[in-house]
Ligand binder design. Structure first.
Ligand SMILES: Cc1ncc(COP(=O)(O)O)c(C=O)c1O
Length: 373
């Protein structure tokens, strides 16, 4: 790395004066939780997405947990899901004693392969938990057909896919299933930590709002509890960031798209690097990360080290869930999901954020080309 080359991080949030202004508004209001900013964020999010409602929670993981509970998945239930995802999409089932049953993914989209889902159905199957991985929409019409034929519930993990559009031209999260979103600092929009659940119906919204708030119903006092609950509330300070981020979400998504298409151009001639698809038919990726796949003969760890020497952050992204120790304990092994395992072995995330300059993108492409030699 030359002295003039500042390191390029993997991700970087877009925080500006509007976030500061609204955070200050909350601080000065004295309403740090359960105040008007939280409601404003929920209304703004639902309106941006085009859903009837949205329930804000403390993270994508807590959103998934409440989603699992809303579908009443528990001991004795098996839920078909992707091994190529962030660990929370399987952990949320374990929280409630349900069993994740992994099914292999499509080699192009890296999302659940509907044929593999069909093959995974057993007597205990209670539902499907599709993940829109790396912002690419899962095959929802096909998965919904499987689910409706057998009466399965669906919980969509859209934590990486805010703004993605599916094969029927519908925004991810608006199909009438429970869907979850996440707002960690590397996501399409951030609240620092935070999440959102799109309820499937008005009664599910009531339960979600109660369970995130210690089991209190809307008309109950602080020490009244109508049932089991959690503290999964989002603070109003976080909601203030969310309101500010929503105002510029379209712009940030467009910037991500710009960066992705520059990468596509810059890496077009680089042998041994396969770039991710942006679209297919009506499907549109919402760019969350930029993950390339390296040819099999390339030593990925060496590439990561060489990129690091050139001031370019990168990461093996991401490992298969079924091979983590606590999931292996349930009986899962290497070799069961060849497509997901091959993707996990070869994928590499490059720096990716809306404010990436042309110069930075060029530097990453050059550094990657050099690092492969
Ligand atoms: C696919 C997926 N599911 C769930 C989560 C969990 O979200 P959080 O980190 O906000 O708990 C994430 C985010 O990291 C994710 O990428």
């Amino acid at each position: 790395m030359g002295a003039h080359d500042t390191p390029i991080p993997l991700a970087k949030p877009e925080i500006g004066p509007r976030e500061e202004e609204l955070a200050l508004e909350v601080l000065r209001s004295g309403r740090l939780s359960l105040g008007p900013m939280g409601e404003r964020f929920e209304r703004g999010f639902a309106s941006w997405l085009g859903s009837d409602d949205a329930v804000a929670v403390s993270s994508g993981t807590t959103a998934l947990h409440l989603g699992v509970r809303a579908l009443d998945w528990g001991p004795g239930d098996e839920v078909l899901t992707s091994p190529f995802s962030f660990v929370a999409s399987a952990n949320c089932l374990l929280y409630e004693g349900a069993r994740p049953v992994f099914c292999d993914v499509d080699p192009e989209t890296l999302n659940l392969d509907p044929a593999a889902v069909e093959a995974g159905i057993g007597e205990k199957t209670a539902g499907i938990l599709p993940v829109h991985i790396f912002g690419y929409p899962a095959a929802m019409p096909e998965l919904e057909a499987i689910a409706s034929e057998r009466g399965f519930g669906i919980l969509e993990d859209a934590c990486e896919a805010l703004g993605a559009v599916d094969s029927e031209g519908r925004k991810v999260g608006t199909r009438g299933n429970l869907a979850t979103f996440a707002f960690y600092a590397n996501k399409q929009m951030t609240t620092g930590e935070g999440g959102m659940i799109v309820p499937s119906a008005a009664d599910s919204a009531v339960r979600l709002r109660s369970e995130r708030n210690q089991g209190r119903a809307a008309d109950m006092g602080w020490l009244d509890h109508g049932g089991l609950g959690f503290n999964y509330r989002l603070s109003d300070l976080a909601a203030a960031l969310g309101v500010a981020q929503l105002e510029k979400l379209d712009e940030m998504l467009a910037s991500r798209e710009r960066v992705a298409s520059r990468y596509e151009e810059g890496l077009a001639g680089v042998e041994g690097v396969e770039t991710p698809i942006a679209r297919r038919g009506e499907e549109r990726r919402s760019w969350f990360v930029y993950v390339v796949r390296l040819a099999e003969e390339i030593d990925r760890d060496a590439v990561i080290a060489r990129l690091g020497e050139r001031g370019v952050a990168s990461k093996a992204y991401l490992p298969c869930i079924h091979l983590f120790p606590h999931i292996r304990e349930l009986g899962w092994r290497e070799g069961q999901f060849p497509v997901a395992e091959a993707a996990a072995a070869r994928s590499l995330a490059l720096p990716f954020f809306p404010a990436m300059s042309e110069g930075q993108i060029e530097r990453v492409c050059e550094a990657l080309a050099e690092s492969l030699r």
